[in-house]
Design a protein around this ligand. Structure first.
Ligand code: SF4
Length: 254
């Protein structure tokens, strides 16, 4: 959708760079959600379905006030469905002050806030955002460091540090794991991740997300090399196997 801008109700003048918004999302957190896709991401995930979110310079500038004015229109949907606002990306924590300001305004209005992040962030800049975050969707893309790097082009450690911090402050968290055949599916990788998160009391569930190629056309349009062309979606058997591994560590899986 296109943002219809109403500047009559100024909240503040803080601005950020976004790719787009979706007014009635249902896959990024509970209930019906207003989803904000921020612009800019330091990762280069091979399966990324938002490769057009990579570079800051391709984003559009919006103010927190503009977003909040738009968000308020959907408040009844949030109340009815147990939903709220999700900020995803890109990597939202590349713009921590902006995300914090959005969430602060949401909390003033009693709107539930979800942060979807790779955790590849500066923990100190993320901490103030977490104070206004009700739920974190933490994408741990792989537990095997080599696979993680091959998949994202960055190192795993910052994400693990972030995950440990979420546990320390007992922040409600859903772990997201994209299951990619012949990439993230080795048993030691899944078990390693399950073993790592199992002791964390703040982890409410694990979402096993089957790999899909819905973003492939964007890679082609942008002239990027999509390396997973020949990779198939995981079979129901593989999904079940991976789900059962997580469950065997006492984790709730969706
Ligand atoms: S973290 Fe998300 S937006 Fe960034 S490259 Fe990976 S999948 Fe794409």
């Amino acid at each position: 959708m296109t943002l219809s801008i109403d500047n009559t109700k100024k909240i503040d003048v803080q601005t950020g760079l976004i790719h787009s918004v979706e007014s009635c999302g249902t896959v990024d957190g509970p209930g019906i959600r207003f989803v904000i896709f921020t612009q800019g991401c330091p990762l280069r995930c091979l399966y990324c379905h938002n490769p057009d979110c990579r570079h800051f310079e391709d984003g559009k500038t919006v103010t927190v006030a503009e977003l909040v004015n738009e968000i308020e229109k959907y408040k009844s949907y949030f109340e009815y469905s147990g939903g709220g606002v999700t900020v995803t990306g890109g990597e939202p924590l590349m713009q921590p002050d902006f995300v914090k300001a959005i969430f602060q305004e949401c909390k003033k209005r009693n709107i539930h806030t979800v942060l979807d992040t790779s955790g590849y962030v500066n923990l100190n800049s993320a901490k103030p955002v977490l104070e206004y975050t009700d739920l974190v969707l933490l994408d741990i893309k792989s537990f095997d460091e080599k696979i993680y790097h091959k998949l994202t082009n960055v190192s795993l450690e910052p994400t693990l540090i972030f995950a440990r911090y979420l546990a320390q402050i007992n922040k409600p968290t859903w772990i997201r794991f994209v299951l990619v055949p012949n990439l993230t599916d080795p048993e030691h990788n899944v078990r390693g991740l399950a073993e790592f998160i199992a002791p964390f009391k703040n982890v409410e569930k694990v979402e096993v997300l089957p790999f899909h190629k819905m973003g492939e056309y964007k890679w082609e349009t942008l002239g990027y090399d999509y390396q997973l062309k020949d990779t198939e979606a995981p079979s129901p058997e593989l999904i079940k196997k991976v789900t059962n591994i997580f469950k065997s560590y006492g984790l709730t899986v969706q």
